[in-house]
Design a protein around this ligand. Structure first.
Ligand code: SF4
Length: 272
């Protein structure tokens, strides 16, 4: 029977970091233990979640509960956002929106912090906003980031689900802004286009095809171990691969599809 997989950016990142880890985690569903929790990181995770909840409430037009937030850091971040003067285009606001599209018998999925759907010069557009509480990245890094690539691909292929019946969007009508608490006055905006989408979609398709080849080989073959041993240092599957390290800390970011700061050496290498 065909095994259909829904790929988030975390799953794609995992496969690209180490195919064996992907096999153990997502195909064999091998337990993913928190070997030792880092209290500081746990706190950053919680603050990231709270900040995203505040932003969602803000864009839903719900009462501002910031003043009652017991977390001074989150309070400060939200104040930075309000003071930053980030300009949103006029349009329909869709905070915390999921989108899933089919690809070669599988699915790609993503959750957007905020989508703005509008019209400029008679043409529809979609503008994605993403709130970042971690390390700020340059636009050149963000172009390569799987979050950017997946979000653009999802919208270029699946935006019909968000638009009025009969409407469509070209890649040139999609853009994305990252806003960082650590650099609130300099949002990074990226513009998608057809040639990027052609290349992007083809590369995503090639990765899915590679995974399908592994699936077609059945359960027995061990998928390739990463040649990059730095990936193993914080991997809880070391004992499966004879790559033990006594200083192991694992995170479980798949349960949290929003932006959160990452520990110094996290499992998902391309996240801030
Ligand atoms: S220990 Fe290393 S080789 Fe084994 S699954 Fe983890 S990252 Fe991959």
């Amino acid at each position: 029977m065909h095994q259909s997989i829904t790929f988030s950016r975390f799953k794609l990142n995992t496969f690209l970091a180490c195919q064996r880890r992907f096999q153990l985690r997502y195909l064999k569903k091998t337990p993913w233990p928190i070997v030792s929790a880092d209290p500081q990181w746990e706190e950053l995770m919680a603050q990231g979640r709270l900040f995203h909840q505040l932003m969602e409430r803000h864009f839903l037009g719900l009462p501002d509960e910031t003043e009652s937030s017991p977390d001074a850091v989150v309070h400060h971040w939200f104040r930075l956002f309000r003071q930053s003067g980030l300009r949103l285009p006029a349009g329909r606001l869709l905070p915390e929106t999921n989108l899933t599209v089919p690809i070669a018998g599988h699915y790609l999925t993503g959750r957007f912090d905020l989508l703005v759907l509008g019209t400029e010069k008679g043409q529809p557009f979609i503008h994605v906003f993403d709130w970042k509480t971690g390390r700020a990245q340059a636009a050149s890094e963000l172009r390569q980031d799987w979050q950017t690539r997946l979000y653009f691909a999802l919208l270029a292929e699946g935006s019909a689900a968000l638009l009025e019946k009969g409407s469509s969007i070209r890649p040139e009508q999609i853009r994305m802004t990252y806003w960082y608490v650590s650099d609130p006055g300099r949002p990074r905006t990226l513009q998608y286009d057809l040639s990027w989408h052609t290349e992007n979609w083809s590369e995503i398709g090639a990765i899915i095809a590679q995974i399908q080849t592994g699936l077609d080989a059945g359960d027995d073959p061990v998928w390739p171990l990463t040649p990059d041993w730095s990936q193993c240092r914080y991997c809880p599957y070391q004992s499966y691969c004879d790559r033990r390290d006594s200083d192991t800390t694992a995170d479980d970011t798949d349960d949290f599809e929003e932006d959160v700061p990452q520990p110094a050496a996290a499992m998902e290498p391309t996240r801030p």
